[in-house]
Design a protein around this ligand. Structure first.
Ligand code: PYC
Length: 369
C-alpha cells in the first residue's frame, strides 16, 4: 500500500487554486484514513492456521502446527467427536479447495491423554475423519523432526484407534508399528454394477479395507480414472449389499492388487481408493497392514518376512509383521483370527511451511464443498 502524505507536498499557489489544492489534499487524507480503517477491520476477521506440508511416497499430508482450535480433553475418540461437532469447518478450510485438494490428508496435533506419547493426532480428509493413517504418521514424524520436535528413535503416537509407534530412522525414513490388524472375512462376493461379481477379503489395518485380486483390471497409473470408477462401483456394491467390517464398521477403502512393475524391487502393486473418492498415491500404510494380515492368514508370509508393496505411482512401503500378543486390543476380533502387529517402513519429505488465511469476507473461507 502506498501511503501519500500531503505534508510532503509543497505549494506556491494562491486564491482559488490554493483552496482547490487544499481540498484535494484533505480528500486524499480522508481516503487513506478510510482505507487504513478498512484494512485493519479486515485483519480482525482473519484466522491464521500454520501448516507443514509433506508427501509420503507421493501422497500429501498437511499437519496443522498452530492456530487451530483445541479439541479439548479426553480420549482421542472423544476429541474427534468434539472436533467434528464444533470445528468441522476447520477441516474443510484446511483440506478442501481452494487451499487443499481431494488428495490431501490433514492431521491435527494435540497434547495426548497418554503421557507416554510424544503427540496425539487426528487425521482427516475431504470426506471426514480417518481412524488411522499410515502415510500420514510417516509424514507427521518427518514434520516433527523438521521442526526439531522429534529426535531419531522410537516415539509413541496417540490415535483414535490406539497408540502406534513411529521410529524415525533418519530425516526421511520412518517405520510405523501400526495397531493390531486382522482379516475379518475371506472371499466375500460383491455385485459390481456393469461388471458382475468380484470376490475379496475384508481386513482391518487401522481402517476397514476390501482387498480384491480377481478384478481383471490392469493396475497402471495411466488408468487411474478407470480404476477409480471401478473401485467406486465396488464400494457401492458393498454398501448396497450391507457388507461391513466387524460391528458394522464401514468399509471405506478399496484395494486392487496386481503384479509389481518390477519384481526385483516389489512384491505387488496396488491401487487404493480412499473415502472421498481420491486414490492414495502411496501404497497406503493401513492398506499395507490389511494386506499383511491377509497374507499372514493365508500362511503366505511369515513373521519378520519382508513384503514390498508398490503404489500406483511407483513408491514402495516395506512391510513385515509379528503375531499379536494376547493382551493386544483388537476391536471386533472374535479370537479366531490370526491377529498381527504390522510394521510399515516408508519415506516422507517436507514440501512446504505456510500460514493459511481464513478471511470472514471470503465466500470460500471454509472450502468449496
Ligand atoms: O496410509 O493409511 C494410509 C492412508 C489412509 C488414507 C490415505 N492414506
Amino acid at each position: 500500500m502506498s501511503v501519500i502524505h500531503c505534508s510532503r507536498w509543497t505549494f506556491s499557489l494562491s486564491g482559488t487554486r490554493a483552496f482547490f489544492a487544499a481540498f484535494v489534499c484533505w480528500m486524499g487524507y480522508a481516503a487513506v484514513f478510510e482505507t487504513e480503517q478498512n484494512i485493519s477491520a479486515h485483519y480482525q476477521v482473519m484466522q491464521r492456521i500454520s501448516v507443514i506440508d509433506s508427501h509420503t511416497g507421493g501422497e500429501p499430508t498437511r499437519i496443522i502446527v498452530g492456530g487451530a482450535p483445541d479439541p479439548g480433553p479426553g480420549s482421542a475418540v472423544e476429541r474427534v467427536v468434539r472436533f467434528r461437532e464444533q470445528f468441522d469447518h476447520i477441516r474443510r478450510s484446511v483440506i478442501l479447495e481452494p487451499r487443499g485438494s481431494d488428495v490431501l490428508v490433514g492431521g491435527l496435533l494435540y497434547d495426548p491423554e497418554d503421557v507416554s506419547c510424544a503427540a496425539g493426532v487426528i487425521f482427516f480428509n475431504n470426506a471426514g475423519y480417518l481412524q488411522m493413517c499410515g502415510h500420514g504418521t510417516i509424514g507427521l514424524a518427518v514434520t516433527l523432526a523438521h521442526l526439531k520436535r522429534l529426535e531419531i528413535g522410537e516415539h509413541r503416537i496417540e490415535t483414535p484407534v490406539g497408540v502406534v509407534s513411529a521410529t524415525l530412522l533418519d530425516a526421511h525414513r520412518v517405520a510405523v508399528r501400526n495397531v493390531p490388524s486382522y482379516r475379518y472375512r475371506q472371499a466375500v462376493s460383491v455385485d459390481v454394477e456393469g461388471h458382475g461379481r468380484v470376490t475379496g477379503d475384508i481386513a482391518w489395518g487401522g481402517n476397514w479395507f476390501f482387498l480384491v485380486a480377481d478384478h481383471g483390471q490392469t493396475i497402471d497409473s495411466q488408468r487411474s480414472g478407470e480404476l477409480t470408477d471401478f473401485a467406486l462401483r465396488i464400494a457401492d456394491g458393498l454398501e448396497r449389499g450391507g457388507i461391513t467390517g466387524a460391528a458394522g464398521g464401514v468399509i471405506d477403502h478399496i484395494e486392487l492388487f496386481g503384479p509389481p512393475s518390477n519384481s526385483e524391487t516389489a512384491d505387488s502393486r496396488s491401487f487404493v481408493l480412499c473415502p472421498g473418492g481420491a486414490y492414495d498415491r502411496s501404497p497406503c500404510g493401513t492398506g499395507t497392514s490389511a494386506k499383511l494380515a491377509c497374507l499372514a492368514a493365508d500362511g503366505k508370509l511369515s513373521p519378520g518376512e519382508l513384503w514390498r508393496q508398490e503404489s500406483i505411482v511407483g513408491s514402495i512401503f516395506e512391510g513385515s509383521f509379528e503375531f499379536a500378543a494376547d493382551d493386544d486390543q483388537i476391536p471386533g476380533a472374535t479370537g479366531d483370527e490370526r491377529v498381527i502387529v504390522p510394521t510399515i517402513l516408508g519415506s516422507a519429505w517436507v514440501t512446504g511451511e505456510s500460514e493459511l488465511i481464513l478471511d470472514d469476507s471470503d465466500p470460500f473461507r471454509n472450502g468449496i464443498c
